[in-house]
Design a binder for this molecule. Sequence first.
Ligand code: ATP
Ligand code: MG
Ligand code: MG
Length: 361
Amino acid sequence: MNILILGNGQLGQMLGKAVIQQGHQCILYSDRQQQVMPLASDQPLPMSLEEAKSWADVVTWEHEHLGEALVEQTHDKFLIKAERFNQLTDRRTQKSLCDELGVPTSPWQAYQTTDELRDILSNCDKAVVIKSARGGYDGKGQWRWKPGQDAEPIIQEAGQRPGIVEDMIPFSHEVSVVAARDHHGEQRGYPLTLNVHNDGILAYSMAGAQQFTDELEALAQQYHQKLTDHIDYIGVLAIEFFVVGEGEQQQLLVNEIAPRVHNSGHWTMSGANCDQFNLHIRCITGLPLPEFLVAPTLMINAIGVDGLPEVLWEASAADCHWYGKAPRPGRKVGHVNFMIDTFERGEKLASQWCDELIKLA
Ligand code: ATP
Ligand code: MG
Ligand code: MG
């Protein structure tokens, strides 16, 4: 099949490798650059978007911030309805969707203008996170405020674009479910992934080490199924959650939904028989969902460094991925997967390597 992938960052590249592995071809399309995979393909480049779309049997994406014009021009080859896609790309409609379906999410309020934001904060007596409705990633487009703090600088900056004000959640953990839904409405996911963030950006993820109760695992899959059934979604979609409460009172609150492959699913490249990229391509080309075999894995992001330490490349237990991007502080440039036997071993490796692999400033 011919697959048009919108976006050509690292997620697009990793999707592209899965496309080739499964015997298809793809074009990675961005406004600045196009790339055909496999390179032996005889498609002349550059192609206009219109040409790329007519070449394609199906259009998919590496990220959801595509912009209205791009969605408008390509959505007739999406596997989901454009209005559903758009609903997932704005935090306001994303949160409303959770509320509508009874999927718990952190309490929130929407604002349109600086005046509305000022109004919300002047009536607020708890710590909050203010988030732009569209376009944020890696903690960008977010501001934190607590009572007693001067709100005006935040109001001036955040109020320039519509957004939401969200309660600050005292979570015990952050987790995500990366799961797929196929053409027949079958859904299947990897085990819950534990995610640890540093300054709003994912530092490391760990999965497969049986860290969570069966109830929590089932709840995450159930919420995923509810949301993806409603959207009639096909492919991989990730949901980030906050874990709140203790013991049997443990609950999941949706933080955000990412209608695509996800950084917290990179561990599957080493820890699962079918990784998230292959899973997505299987779904969009109509293959059945695989049964998963998973092994405990730790994934550490390489952020802002200009290379991975030699010792990691040399170590057989570390599976290194480098994205070929110019390093800048806070920019994801690669990741390393470690096979682990226990959760404790994973925590130990994370504390050993995070400082060396992550440069935020
Ligand atoms: P991503 O790169 O995952 O797309 P993002 O920029 O879209 O990130 P969020 O996932 O909304 O942003 O927030 C980034 C991180 O900030 C969260 O993973 C969490 O650690 C923290 N955070 C966000 N919202 C809240 C909240 N309401 N309460 C507590 N912490 C929060
Ligand atoms: Mg996000
Ligand atoms: Mg997030």
